[in-house]
Design a protein around this ligand. Structure first.
Ligand code: SAH
Length: 512
């Protein structure tokens, strides 16, 4: 059996975007992933199917797996010929016991690689705008640990040695021992007025920071209810941090927002919200699954050249259509010279990914508007049209095109079905039940119906935040009102961009 390898990888400080390209590549190729408390579990989404994922960090109320057992685990899996990714928060060689793990691998002659990561001190400083070095105020940066061994909880460092430094001190794992550390720093000559910043959960949506001086920081910290994990930065540079808080100051920072779309589509809205600082919970009320009649698909593809128009009503339809098409043909010209119509800009964009121009996008993003524009502007009498769709009501589109006004010859090709998801086991739904949210955003009438439908699976815990409801437009609002859900705000235009702007405006001034 070929020898496996262990990749000791820095997972960065929390924000998945701060991991290295190399690390991501290795996660994608891993057979086994061993990760701990500070490595963001979202990173595991990049792993392939069936990868063994082993959590070795602390669980609430329980001890973490002892270090020697972790080392044994790495040796065992690599010995079996597997590629093992060992993911550690920040950088593996900065207070991460990476050195110990590597020694053990060497004893057992297991090949390894080391991938550095963004360590917490650098990340925390950047995310609150503290320049760690500064030509005028600091020409050295020291990384210190508040306790060398988390299990021992004792200090062997003499902090008074650092009291005289003019440079910047970055203290890891220092919260528990902070009173004693500050006392020793002062005994060593550090002025009580030296600025101190503490940053908890740096780079994540729950980041919190507090500032003071060596003399005042303990009471400031208590008032701000800062807890672990936190980075403590001591030095004149703390007072020279950027005046704008580029991270914590973003408009939706600290807000939790629920997006109610099928998983496959939620991406774009979530991204817009996350860019504004929100934490997004994607609740997959509806799941989209491929669902089609094999024989019908073959027939349609065989005769595809007869259609003058092909109509796509959704991005799912486009994706599914081209998946099947490329399975059958390896030349896009097999599609023939037909013209293409799409309901909605998102659907059109999905088609354009295949370097195909969309000839018609109705001004209003609905199927009736499309039928009307086709009939009025193009004339469809005796024209053969293919409608690619899901299992839901595109009847009116077909009827309209075939009616006396249109007289087209229409075939429908249903390619997927939408169904209700089981939210009782969904991790995002679990977060929602326990912690609630600031807002739930509805992007269509059907998402409202699903929300009400799933009511039982979404019952909020007593002290969860109670969300307001936002709607993308009049039709969605009407459905909300019909179902007795109060509409807190409505997007002035039916676009994701306007919806996000309206969400920001409402949440920053709800009484308006
Ligand atoms: N190897 C890690 C450090 C592990 S020690 C690294 O390079 O960052 C754990 C300590 O790191 C925590 O107690 C805390 O002091 C710090 N830390 C890790 N992630 C952090 C974060 N997101 N925000 C603030 N401090 C963090």
């Amino acid at each position: 059996m070929s020898q496996g390898k262990v990749f000791l990888i820095g997972a960065g400080p929390g924000d998945p975007g701060l991991i290295t390209v190399r690390a991501r590549e290795l996660i994608e190729r891993a057979d086994v992933i061993v990760y701990d408390y500070l490595a963001n579990p979202q990173l595991l989404d990049w792993a392939g199917e069936g990868v063994e994922k082993l959590y070795v960090g602390k669980r609430s109320g329980m001890h973490s797996i002892p270090q020697d057992e972790i080392e044994e685990l790495l040796v065992d899996r690599a010995g079996k010929g597997l590629n093992v990714v060992r993911l550690k928060g920040g950088d593996p060689f900065v207070f991460g016991r990476g050195g110990e793990e590597v020694s053990e691998l060497q004893v057992d002659k297991i090949p390894f690689e080391i991938v550095p990561g963004v360590t917490a001190a650098l990340a925390a400083a950047a995310y609150v705008g503290i320049p760690l070095s500064h030509r005028e105020y600091s020409s050295s940066i020291t990384f210190l640990t508040g306790h060398e061994n988390p299990e021992k909880q004792t200090l062997s460092i003499d902090f008074s040695r650092y009291g005289k430094t003019e440079g910047t001190l970055c203290l890891y794992m220092g919260l528990g021992q902070l009173p004693r550390i500050l006392k020793e720093l002062k005994e060593g000559g550090m002025p009580g007025g030296r600025p101190v910043g503490i940053i908890q959960w740096a780079t994540l949506n729950r980041q919190k920071s507090v500032y003071g001086t060596v003399d005042t920081i303990l009471s400031e910290m208590e008032a701000a209810r800062i807890g672990t994990p936190a980075m403590i930065i001591i030095g004149e540079v703390v007072a020279h941090r950027t005046r704008t808080e580029w991270f914590e100051g973003r408009p939706l920072f600290g807000k939790r927002i629920v997006v109610t779309r099928a998983r496959e589509q939620a991406g774009q809205l979530s991204k817009l919200l996350t860019d504004q600082g929100a934490e997004v919970l994607e609740l997959p009320f509806i799941s989209v699954q491929a669902h089609f009649d094999e024989k019908l698909v073959t027939e349609v593809f065989a005769g595809i050249a007869v259609y003058e128009w092909i109509i796509f009503t959704s991005t799912n339809g486009v994706k599914q259509f081209f998946d099947l098409f490329y399975r059958a043909y390896d030349d896009i010209r097999c599609l023939g010279p037909m013209r293409i119509a799409a309901v909605g800009a998102a659907t059109a964009r999905e088609i354009e990914k295949h370097k195909l121009k969309v000839d018609l996008i109705p001004k209003q993003a609905n199927a009736d508007a499309l039928a009307e524009e086709l009939i009025e502007n193009e004339g469809v009498e005796s024209v053969q049209i293919l409608v690619v769709t899901g299992n839901q009501n595109r009847q009116s589109l077909v009827q309209r095109l075939e009616s006396d006004e249109g007289r087209a010859i229409v075939d429908t090709l249903p390619l997927y079905k939408t169904a209700k998801t089981d939210l009782t086991k969904d991790p995002s739904a679990e977060r929602f039940r326990i912690e609630g949210a600031d807002a739930v955003l509805f992007t269509s009438a059907s998402t409202v119906k699903s929300f009400v439908d799933q009511h039982a699976a979404l019952k909020l815990a007593p002290d969860a935040r109670h969300p307001v409801f936002g709607s993308i437009g009049p039709l969605t609002s009407k459905t909300l009102k019909d179902l007795k859900l109060p509409v807190a705000f409505e997007s002035p235009e039916a676009s994701l961009h306007h919806f996000v702007v309206e969400t920001i405006s409402y949440l920053s001034n709800p009484s308006k």
